[in-house]
Design a protein around this ligand. Structure first.
Ligand code: GN1
Ligand code: MG
Length: 359
């Protein structure tokens, strides 16, 4: 049964055949809610897999992703064999990816049996566990020289560049959309000091470049039936970076009871107890890794990531939604406002959050 209409059958047939699967005997369903890659769940005989098409407009060199995953897999195998690492399935001729005649990249992974994932964080324990998993991932990989890991998306979390791209879009983007968003532009400019802090971080000897995940939303953690974390998934953006990316993206996606898609902005709030949970979960693994200076930037991490996401959504709105796409006219504008609301909320509570004691 074939339920995915995004591309035509012969391509799918060729891909599955490369992995030794028979398409007519597969059940194929669209899976997950990512904005960039397309994902399917494929069941064949008694096995279940996750099939992904890597968006190569975004990831210009998909083979770097495969190299990173392989390097990390080998490292963990050697030094932390207890870590549950999801190895990619190889094609029958031992390749990590399939490239179709149309130039699309596909990869296959086993679906982890008895694992569960969530799209929203609805209890603190889940936030704690997820944060612990992302902290553990970085900590276990701390023995790898971060420079050996390839940069799969250059400047991905470079706030300075994102801000410059935003200002450029304000000059050259869709004029009607720019006129409509004057207030949002002002708000973003008002928070520009966050960019300066980032510039200082890049020059600071007290901020370490580590192997970071860079996409720490809750759906990228697998849990067991008791809601204990098993491992993290979606390793496309694993590359050298700063801890503020991972810690900040957890604040961005776990603090509020509603996601970036919520259009009722009164629902966008900071749940303080979730901040405590993220912090305790993350520090349970990373406490000894982080410098005193890094520890002093926990709340900044959230501002950094939420601000950057607001900038990216608004830039895309001005550029006619070429990156994120849009399901309705103002989609990226409303996503921007959602993120700016969250940014204001974190900033109002900055003092209180900073004073949360760790244990
Ligand atoms: C994208 O594709 P997805 O949903 O995993 C984006 C993230 C954003 C996120 C916002 C490569 O992630 O940076 O935070 O959308 N990934 C890329 O939903 O741009
Ligand atoms: Mg992702």
């Amino acid at each position: 049964m074939f339920e995915a209409s995004q591309f035509y059958q012969p391509a799918m047939q060729g891909i599955l055949t490369a992995y030794g699967l028979v398409m007519d005997e597969c059940r194929i369903q669209p899976f997950g809610s990512g904005l960039i890659n397309a994902t399917w769940k494929v069941s064949y005989a008694d096995k279940t897999y996750i099939l992904q098409r890597i968006n190569h407009q975004v990831f210009k060199k998909p083979e770097l992703i495969a190299q990173n995953i392989s390097a990390i897999g080998h490292y963990l195998d050697q030094y932390h064999p207890d870590y549950f690492f999801v190895q990619p399935v190889q094609t029958t001729d031992k390749r990590d990816m399939v490239i179709t005649p149309e130039g699309e990249y596909f990869r296959l992974q086993p679906f982890v049996a008895n694992s569960y994932s969530y799209d929203v964080v609805n209890n603190e324990q889940l936030a704690y566990e997820a944060a612990r998993q992302f902290g553990r991932f970085t900590k276990l990989l701390s023995g790898i020289d971060a420079n050996e890991i390839k940069v799969t998306l250059p400047d991905f979390h470079n706030l300075t560049l994102r801000y410059a791209q935003f200002e450029q879009a304000v000059k050259q983007g869709n004029p009607a959309r720019i006129a409509e968003a004057q207030e949002d532009i002002n708000t973003i400019r008002r928070y520009n000091h966050l960019t300066e802090v980032f510039a200082a971080i890049r020059h600071s000897p007290y901020f370490k470049v580590r192997v970071m995940h860079h996409d720490t939303k809750i759906s990228n953690v697998l849990f067991d039936a008791d809601n204990k974390g098993i491992c993290v998934i979606d390793l496309d953006t694993v590359m050298p970076g700063y801890f503020i990316s991972d810690f900040g993206d957890m604040m961005r996606t776990y603090l509020s009871p509603v996601s970036e898609e919520e259009t009722d902005l009164s629902k966008v709030q900071v749940r303080r107890e979730y901040y405590t949970a993220i912090m305790n979960g993350y520090l349970s693994e990373m406490r000894d890794e982080l410098s005193v200076t890094e520890r002093a930037h926990l709340v900044y991490a959230g501002q950094f990531m939420v601000y950057m996401q607001a900038i990216r959504f608004l830039t895309d709105y001005f550029n006619n939604d070429i990156y994120y796409g849009a399901r309705y006219e103002q989609h990226n504008l409303l996503r921007t406002r959602n993120q700016l609301t969250l940014l204001e909320s974190i900033t109002q509570q900055e003092q209180t959050l900073s004073s949360v004691a760790t244990h």
